[in-house]
Design a protein around this ligand. Structure first.
Ligand code: SF4
Length: 364
């Protein structure tokens, strides 16, 4: 059953002819074209990409390639927007399906974030809060954070970003993933009593002045349904089936799942965990199913299993047909546009992230 892929063929005769058309178009554009594919893309799309990776590393990689004029980003829309923000002026960014957004990013819009900052400052004073937004957010949300002196973070450098924010102000507002927020607070040993959750759909975030006044970390009510799908009993089942198995999960999972796993980290961390496991190992991974099945195919000497099947339907909306159509419309197809002011402020937030130091930010 193809739930979200618009019936696009991933195999068979139609897929073969689409693949050939894509290869021909790639040949036609040569070095001027770069196809980026996120780790969660369908295998048949990943196979035709030039570079695969996390959203931020892909965006930066594209901007570094001097000959590239056309960047086709196979991922969800905020990723293509990030590529457009860091792209050089002569580069154009295309997205094969503008309807493929990210439900997690959709939990926060710019106006809501501005209102939350204003409400916190009303209680605690101007400059008391430093906003940090996850890479998985709209460009306009990144821009609000940039303009308010905040930064962007990824799942790999969230602890460093929280520390940086707490050095600048009394508290951090973290948008939009509550669970990455709880896991980061736990990694920094911040007591639960100093963490509150802002609900953007409730008056005053559903927090009273006393709660807002004492919190060091203010999280946003939002989650990734792909990663919150994993439950503690999935880990128990995996351990019962294979007591020697290692279990790794993404930090967008609930913190009780993270606490039971052998390790948690960004998509790159999960890829490296699979690579570095000894031959013969059994590994369960709690993340998007397309990445897990591909890792299993790429590591024949190991058994790599999904902790449970969890597919991102939005990533799945990028099909061979959509990719072929996008390439066929070059150089006149619809490009990903980011308003100039939004771009400047979002870039500010991204530059602050790069200046944070520590490990190279990856994730999302
Ligand atoms: S896996 Fe989650 S965070 Fe990633 S694109 Fe899908 S919904 Fe968004």
């Amino acid at each position: 059953m193809d739930t979200t892929g618009e019936g696009s063929p991933g195999s068979g005769k139609d897929a073969q002819s689409l693949r050939q058309e894509i290869l021909d178009l790639k040949k036609k554009w040569g070095e001027k074209l770069l196809i980026l594919t996120h780790h969660y893309q369908r295998p048949e799309v990943v196979r035709l990409g030039d570079v695969r990776g996390d959203s931020f590393e892909l965006a930066r990689e594209a901007s570094r390639r001097e000959d590239v004029e056309h960047i086709v980003f196979c991922g969800v829309l905020f990723m293509a927007e990030a590529a457009a923000i860091v792209a050089r002026p002569e580069q154009k960014v295309y997205h094969p399906n503008m309807n493929a957004g990210c439900p997690l990013a959709d939990y926060a819009d710019a106006v809501q974030v501005e209102r939350a900052i204003a409400a916190i400052e009303e209680v605690r004073g101007k400059g008391s809060v430093t906003p940090v937004t996850y890479m998985n957010s709209d460009a306009s949300v990144k821009a609000v954070c940039g303009a308010a002196g905040g930064t962007v973070c990824t799942s790999s450098n969230a602890p460093r970003a929280f520390e940086w924010a707490l050095e600048r102000g009394e508290c951090v507002l973290f948008v939009p993933d509550e669970h990455l927020g709880w896991n980061t607070a736990a990694a920094l040993s911040v007591p639960d009593g100093e963490v509150v959750v802002w609900d953007p759909w409730e008056n005053g975030g559903n927090l009273d002045a006393a709660e807002l006044g004492r919190a060091r970390i203010i999280l946003w009510r939002g989650h990734c349904h792909v990663h919150t799908w994993f439950r503690p009993d999935h880990i128990q089942r995996a351990r019962d089936a294979s007591p020697e198995a290692l279990v790794y999960v993404h930090p967008e999972c609930h913190r009780d799942v993270v606490a039971l796993a052998d390790g948690a980290g960004s998509t790159r961390y999960l890829v490296q965990a699979a690579e570095q496991a000894p031959a013969g190992a059994t590994i369960y991974i709690g993340t998007e199913i397309n990445l897990v099945t591909r890792l299993d195919m790429e590591h024949e000497d190991k058994t790599i299993l999904p902790l449970a099947r969890s597919l991102c339907p939005n990533m799945f909306r990028i099909t061979l047909r959509r990719l072929r159509d996008t390439l066929a419309c070059l150089p006149d197809g619809e490009t990903v546009m980011v308003d100039q002011e939004v771009r400047e402020n979002a870039q500010l937030a991204l530059e602050r992230m790069l200046a944070l130091g520590g490990r190279t930010p990856t994730g999302a």
